[in-house]
Design a protein around this ligand. Structure first.
Ligand code: SAH
Length: 502
């Protein structure tokens, strides 16, 4: 089979700014060749067996030379592979995309280019700066600030006279010179200048000044590469048009402790709200549904007239095991279904099962309240749930009816343990704004992984509900906030309310 190379623009940083075509090329790739400006999150779209080749360039410390990069891409394609060359921004805006394309085509390799949003435009937009505006700039000019030697000197006389917006890329090491040359050649020293560092990412930082003082401001604020330098009146519009840094959780770091398999929704929500989610999965779900005693119980599901689900995991593992045993939905015929909360009910809906009862309060006590007047001693209840669950439901419902608990999964230490040093250091430096706990086991396992609860003192601990809160307090820790509605939206609401009050 013939190989092919996709030269793909990854967009300026925010991974969602890639195009649909770009995403398809990542999914199709046998190998992805990428550098530091393409968001690492984009790599999550790849196939499991896809090879990753990092050819990142820090401006002074090149990991690979351009020749080596060309060669790697070419070799892979000639082996018959689909190679996706992922580049920050647009591949043809100072990305050497043109050179790579020529090199490949000369050697008979098929090339397709997928344009991307260049940082020169998209990066400005996220800083609240429109690159043109009827009242301020009717053209724009994107210029390299990477001035290798005197012979590649720019025509400052011409640049200084341009009325449009000037955007310099790769210009941070030359910022002093750029501003000086523009002034020397007649541009007003009061011309507004913006410098945008790590545009469109959660690290975005913006400095605003004029030609005369911007260099000092960036020095003081520690802005380095990668940054965009924007010169022109449009910079002033940032006061009106800055939307990104005004998101409710902008600049906030939130530690998410739940299992990796369940964290994606929370992470996505935090990201949409402008915050940074640090995934630290301290728990992991271990499936026990294959154990013979559990299989026996599931086979008898028809005998029960109540089924209580207390988690998404319980729903998934129970039903999938039931199906794999050759039973179908008719096995649940006539049973009333109870879901502890909305999320569990939603999971049931995926299987076209609609919960008959969802308690007001999403905890075991809530279920008890709902059932206590309904149950009779003839009723048979099946309760598939986590091994480490509290005794309350079994004890209390057991007084009213017949109940069988099926320990269908176990919560064990999660993969987060590998990142423990990194997280400890963030906690020590007080760089984490909130820690979220979505179950008692997330509290217990976090303490276990950290080795002690001490480091969690003085941190803002947010709990999903009273049981989790008790566990936090049992460790002698102070609770910062508890969700009103016992679900993940409730947890985020505590944080949003807190931030809104500031
Ligand atoms: N092809 C890219 C540009 C590559 S040149 C594009 O279209 O955006 C690399 C330069 O781009 C960096 O030195 C910096 O000036 C700029 N740049 C790219 N991404 C950036 C980002 N997220 N924030 C600030 N500058 C960025």
């Amino acid at each position: 089979m013939k190989g092919k190379v996709y030269l793909v623009g990854a967009g300026p940083g925010d991974f969602k700014l890639i195009t649909l075509k770009g995403q398809d090329a990542i999914k199709a790739a046998d190998a992805i060749v990428y550098d530091r400006l393409a968001s690492p999150k984009l790599l999550d779209f790849r196939r499991e067996d896809c090879e990753l080749i990092y050819v990142g360039k820090e401006s002074s410390n090149h990991t690979k030379t351009q020749d080596e990069i060309n060669d790697i891409i070419c070799q892979k394609a000639l082996e018959g592979k689909i190679v996706t060359r992922l580049k920050g921004g647009d591949p043809y805006v100072f990305g050497r995309g043109g050179e790579e394309g020529q090199y490949l085509i000369e050697r008979g390799v098929d090339v397709e280019v997928v344009p991307g949003i260049t940082s020169a435009i998209g990066g400005l937009a996220y800083a609240g700066i429109p690159i043109t505006h009827r009242d301020h700039a009717s053209s724009f000019h994107v210029i390299t600030g990477h001035l290798k030697d005197e012979s590649s000197e720019l025509d400052w006389d011409v640049l200084a006279k341009l009325k449009g917006t000037l955007v310099f890329l790769m210009g941070m090491s030359e910022l002093k010179k750029i501003t000086a040359r523009l002034i020397e050649n007649g541009m007003a020293s009061t011309t507004p200048v913006g410098v945008i560092n790590w545009a469109t990412t959660d690290r975005q930082k913006v400095a605003v000044g004029t030609l005369i003082d911007i260099y000092e401001i960036t020095q003081r604020e520690g802005l380095t590469s990668p940054s965009l330098i924007v010169v022109g009146d449009v910079v002033k519009l940032r006061e009106d048009l800055n939307f990104f840094e005004k998101k409710p959780l902008w600049g906030k770091k939130i530690l998410v402790t739940r299992a990796r398999s369940q964290s994606s929704k929370v992470v996505e929500k935090i990201y949409e709200l402008g915050g940074t989610a640090i995934e630290f999965p301290v728990i992991k779900i271990k499936d026990l549904s294959h154990e013979p005693s559990i299989i026996e119980e599931i086979k008898r599901v028809k005998e029960y007239n109540y089924l209580i689900f207390t988690s998404q995991n319980g729903v998934k593992l129970f039903l999938n095991r039931m199906f794999s045993l050759g039973l179908d939905m008719r096995a649940l015929d006539g049973a009333k279904i109870v879901a502890i909360g909305k999320v569990t009910a939603k999971e049931l809906e995926k299987y076209h099962l609609y919960a008959d009862i969802i308690p007001e309060n999403y905890i075991a006590e809530g279920i008890y309240e709902e059932l206590k007047d309904l149950l009779t001693p003839e009723d048979k209840i099946l309760l598939p749930r986590a091994k480490e669950s509290r005794d309350f439901l079994v004890e209390e419902l057991g007084k009213l009816a017949q109940i069988k608990e099926v320990k269908i999964y176990e919560t064990i230490i999660g993969e987060g343990a590998e990142k423990v040093e990194e997280v400890k250091s963030l906690l020590n430096k007080e760089e984490i704004d909130y820690i979220t706990f979505t179950s008692s086991s997330t509290v217990k396992n976090l303490v276990k992984i950290l080795g002690s609860a001490d480091i969690l003192k003085n941190q803002k601990l947010i709990s999903i509900g009273p049981i989790t809160s008790n566990t936090i307090e049992d460790f002698g820790l102070e609770l910062y906030g508890e969700a009103e509605k016992y679900d993940i939206d409730g947890v985020l609401k505590v944080i949003l309310n807190e931030e809104a009050e500031k």
